[in-house]
Design a protein around this ligand. Structure first.
Ligand SMILES: [Zn+2]
Length: 375
């Protein structure tokens, strides 16, 4: 097993379990906080079935053969290509045969299914979700830590990372580590208000959020997604790339550097070309800075107070700004409360389906160091 696949972060032994939280089932909280060996922030995953669900596999085809296909989904695991998910019924390719695969037979494929199942589950619950290299970040917009000037919000951010851990009995434990932090959620558009500070906006990632963008607009397919990075404000009257309607305001033209999606499929073994860029001009009123960019704080006169609120919430500091010694406990409680919400405040774990139809459960009682093999 690779070292980077096992990164349990120990949290301290809990000396006094907390008073039950109104939103949490008392017994679940008690269970999760009662010391039984050192806690980790690693939560085990249980599979509802012995196998990964409905899929087909092929040793003759590769994922790259289907680069233009959206359905079904494909996953390449060594010499094996798996096909699964929506559209599998209509997928006719004689190179693929139905297969029964256990999680242990292809643990990294299992982790992939868990990650994507979790992302869909969180999106369906209304959260803003971002895919990271090895994990998933979710922003808790329902419980902002602090807002300022109608300009920016500080939100809790939870990062879920799938991992494989070897148990003390030599067994394989599928798990998700959860870390908690805080993130910036900008809630302004690039209108006249910030036009005097282009230096603070440079390279800011921007999301197209236009209520009047229609399929006629050349940018329509990027609606709701990051469209590029801020370059500069353009002179009034500069021709716009966007065809978004703008009856309610005078457009504040903004130049945005946009990375082009490569149209040609990448060749196996070939070198990939650097992505091409172009500059587009859109009304500043149809873009907002993407969530998570700390640079936005510099635009706020309240930036110190905002960052302070984040650190207090996270447990780094007490409300009177002293360093806390029980910060890890505070983080652990945030994680438990969030998991309780995801489980609908029932005592069970967080249940969600994978795209192969198998359901998995993210348990709310973490793996303790007793059940993890020593190095
Ligand atoms: Zn548009």
């Amino acid at each position: 097993m690779h070292d980077d696949q096992r990164r349990p972060v120990p949290t301290p032994r809990s000396a006094n379990p907390l008073a039950p939280d109104a939103q949490l089932s008392p017994s679940t909280l008690q269970d999760a906080l009662t010391p039984r060996g050192l806690f980790t922030n690693l939560f085990p995953i249980d599979f509802s079935a012995a196998n990964l669900g409905i899929l087909r596999q092929s040793e003759k085809a590769t994922k790259e053969d289907f680069i233009d296909r959206r359905r079904p989904r494909f996953y390449q695991s060594g010499e094996t290509c798996y096909a699964y998910g929506p559209g599998l019924d209509e997928f006719k390719d004689a190179r693929f045969t139905s297969a029964i695969v256990t999680p242990a037979a292809d643990p990294y494929f299992a982790l992939h299914l868990i990650k994507h199942g979790l992302m869909e589950f969180l999106r369906a619950a209304g959260y803003l979700v971002r895919s990271r290299l090895v994990g998933v970040s979710v922003y808790d917009h329902e419980n902002p830590i602090k807002s300022a000037e109608g300009f920016v919000k500080i939100l809790p951010e939870y990062t879920f990372q799938t991992s494989l851990v070897e148990g003390a009995q030599g067994n394989l434990i599928f798990a998700i580590s959860i870390d908690v932090g805080w993130s910036i959620a900008p809630v302004f558009e690039l209108g006249p208000r910030v036009a005097t500070r282009p230096d603070l906006l440079e390279n800011l990632k921007l999301v197209l959020e236009c209520s009047e963008c229609t399929a006629r607009c050349p940018l329509y397919e990027r609606l709701g997604h990051i469209i590029g990075v801020f370059d500069s404000f353009a002179a009034e009257g500069t021709e716009l790339t966007s065809a978004c309607q703008h009856h309610d305001y005078t457009p504040q033209p903004v130049r945005i550097r946009q990375r082009m999606r490569s149209s040609a499929p990448r060749r196996r073994g070939g070198t990939s070309k650097p992505p091409e860029e172009r500059t587009i001009v859109v009304p500043g009123q149809v873009v907002t800075p993407a969530t998570g960019q700390r640079q936005v704080l510099r635009l706020s006169t309240d930036s110190n107070a905002l960052a302070l609120a984040g650190r207090i919430w996270l447990g780094d500091l007490t409300p009177d700004r002293r360093v806390r010694t029980d910060g890890l406990q505070v983080r652990y409680e945030h994680i438990q409360r969030f998991l309780a919400r995801l489980a609908n405040h029932e005592t069970r774990g967080v249940i969600f389906p994978t795209e192969t139809g198998t359901r998995v459960t993210l348990e709310r009682v973490p793996v303790t160091t007793e059940v993890i093999a020593d190095d």
